[in-house]
Write a protein that binds this ligand. Structure first.
Ligand code: URA
Ligand code: SF4
Length: 274
């Protein structure tokens, strides 16, 4: 992998750029060489970054579908359609037919999850938005682009990790899923986690963090440290939701700190066989 003089990989530098987290540049070579190690990362100077016009795109409500005609079935994305192990496929089929909560009535299709069925890393969001509902794949809208950049900086991608949501059907108007809806759907996620067996789960945003850790504490209080889900018997790292980071770019640095913490934990888990 290519490393820059600062010790950061190209992908990490990309992320810091894309997340608008600035790093110190090394002195140009013509200046006297300093033998002291340069600071690998700048103090967290963060530019304004993503501008306000981007803010509401991810979660803005489109008009409701015409009630008379059923919407044409959009093609599922190739990644979302990829076959997995039989038990995961069977669970996916069960979810596709689920009517256990009111969210089923507004969906175009269920959004089960994508990625490596043996992933070490699992990323969990709250629920599908408009674009996800259309494509059948989680995190494919604007927030998904930022998530892709976050993954890239961790030297991961969509095919090596597994990405899913607390609820599999889109909440109308992109509101948060209610506690009842989350409770109705979460057994599917628990089973997914059991089948995939990730070493570590990254909870993206308050809904995922609260439901996975079974608490009502705000994400700001849950992030910044590894937690453990007793029910899932594995570590959970809570951080900000990418859609929130698009609205509040000043928090990106904290999210990056969280991801670095998760990467260190993953190294420790691998070393310990966890
Ligand atoms: N936000 C989420 O929480 N999940 C998605 O799949 C997309 C946006
Ligand atoms: Fe079923 Fe979950 Fe969809 Fe509710 S959100 S209908 S529980 S799959």
């Amino acid at each position: 992998m290519s490393r820059s003089p600062s010790g950061l990989s190209t992908a990490q530098r990309d992320l810091l750029h894309l997340m608008d987290v600035r790093v110190w540049k090394r002195r140009p070579p013509e200046e006297p060489a300093a033998h002291a190690e340069p600071p690998p990362l700048a103090p967290p100077a963060i530019s304004g970054g993503f501008s306000a016009h981007a803010e509401s795109a991810e979660r803005s409500a489109p008009p409701a579908a015409a009630p008379s005609a059923s919407p044409p079935s959009p093609p599922a994305s190739p990644l979302a359609a990829a076959a997995g192990p039989p038990e995961l496929e069977a669970l996916k089929s069960t979810v596709a037919a689920c009517t256990a909560c009111p969210l089923h009535s507004g969906r175009r299709q269920t959004v089960f999850g994508v990625g490596n069925p043996n992933a070490e890393w699992m990323f969990v969001g709250e629920g599908p938005g408009e674009e996800e509902d259309r494509r059948g794949e989680p995190f494919v809208g604007r927030a998904g682009k930022l998530l892709d950049n976050m993954l890239r900086a961790m030297e991961l991608d969509r095919a090596t990790v597994y990405i899913a949501n607390i609820v599999k059907c889109r909440p109308p108007g992109n509101r948060n899923p209610s506690p009842e809806e989350a409770a109705a759907c979460i057994p599917y996620l628990h089973r997914q986690i059991e089948l995939i067996g990730p070493r570590l789960i990254v909870a993206l945003g308050a809904v995922a963090a609260q439901r996975l850790l079974d608490t009502d504490q705000p994400v700001g209080a849950l992030r910044g440290a590894l937690r453990r889900s007793a029910a899932l018997d594995r570590p959970v790292l809570a951080t900000y939701h990418p859609a929130y980071l698009l609205r509040s770019p000043g928090q990106k640095r904290k999210a990056w700190d969280d991801l670095q913490l998760a990467m260190r934990e993953m190294e420790a888990l691998r070393a310990g066989g966890g």
